[in-house]
Design a protein around this ligand. Sequence first.
Ligand code: MG
Length: 391
Amino acid sequence: MTALSGLSIFACDPGATRGRCHPEHPAPTRTEYQRDRDRIVHSTAFRRLVYKTQVFLNHEGDLFRTRLTHSLEVAQLGRSIARSLQINEDLVEAISLAHDLGHTPFGHAGQDALNGCMADFGGFEHNLQSLRVVDKLEERYPLYDGLNLTFETREGILKHCSRAHAKQLEDVEPNGVGARFLRNERPSLEAQLCNLADEIAYNAHDIDDGVRSGLITLSQLEDVPLFDAYRLSAQAEHPALAEPSRHRRLLYEAIRRMLSAQVYDVIDTTKAALRLHAPAHPDEVRQLPVMVSFSSDMRERSTALKQFLFRHLYRHPRVMETTGHAQHIVRELFDAYMTKPQDMKAAFAAQALEGDAHGRARAVADFIAGMTDRFAVREHERLTGRRLLQE
Ligand code: MG
C-alpha cells in the first residue's frame, strides 16, 4: 500500500485501516478517518462537553475552558504538529475531539468520586469510558450501538488502560484495542501525538484560566522557568507590557511564545527519533519506543510547570472547596440510583434493573458519567432536596 500523497510511509493510511466492528461501504468523498471525525462531532456526548468542567466549574465564569474548548485546542495543536510530521491529520483530529468524551461532570473530582463508588464493581477510568461512549453508549444507528469508528481512532481514544481492563477488552475483542497494553506495544504516531497535544494544551490554558480567576498570579509564575523565560523575552521586546494595565497582553504573549516553543520542540525531537528508528510502515511504530515526545530539557521544564499548576491551582483551597461539593454530589447520586434505578432515564433504568449488582452499578456509572455539571447539580437537588453548587 502506498502512502497517501503528502504523508510519510509511517503515517496511518485510512485506505489500510484495520476497519470497523461492523463493516461499511467506503464513503464517496471522505476518508475513513474523516468519517470518524464527523461522527464524533455529531455525537451527543460531544455536545455535552460544552457543559463539562475542565478545571473551573461551569458557573464560575463564561470565559474559562470547558471540555469542549479544551478538546478543540488539543485538535488544533495536534493537527498543526501532524502536518509538519506528515502524519495523518484527520486521524489526529478525530482522536483529539473524542479523547475526553468519557469524562464525568466536575472534572477530575467527579472521576475520583465515581471511581470510589465503583471500587467493588470494576472501577471507573475515564479513558475506558471514552471508548465505551463511542463503542456502546451513543445510540445513532439502526442496527448497532455506538459510532462504529475505525480501529485506529478507537485505539487512540483508549490512551491508558489497566492490565485487568485490557484483559477484559481482549476477551471481547481478540487482538483489539486492549492488546497493546498486554503486549507492551506503542499506539500509532497519531495517537502518541494526541497525548502530548493534550498536555501542551492544558498546561497553557490552565495558566491563562488560573490567572484570569485570580487564583495564581504573574509574579508566582516567575518560579516556573518554562513560562518565565517567555514572559521575560516578551517584556524585553515590548517594554510597555510591564504596565499592569497591559498584563493580560503580556500573559497572552508569553503563553503564545511558550506554545510555539513546545510545538517546535516536539516537531524537532520527533523528526530526530523518526530518522533514528526509521519505521518503514505504521505497524513498525508499535514495536519501537515512543517517538512523539519533547526533548529531555523541554520534558523537564514542562513537568515543573505541571507540578506548579498542581500545587497552586488544582489544589488551591477555592478549587478544593468546590471539588468537595462535586464529589458529594456524585456519591449521593450514585447511592440514590443504586437504591432506586427507576429515577434514572428510562434506558439506563432498564439496563440497571436487568443486570446483577455489577450490571446495575455500571448502568448507574454510565448515566452519571454522561451528565453535564449543571444536570448533575439539578438532578442531585431533585433527589435530595439540597443544592450544593450553583449553576
Ligand atoms: Mg484532555
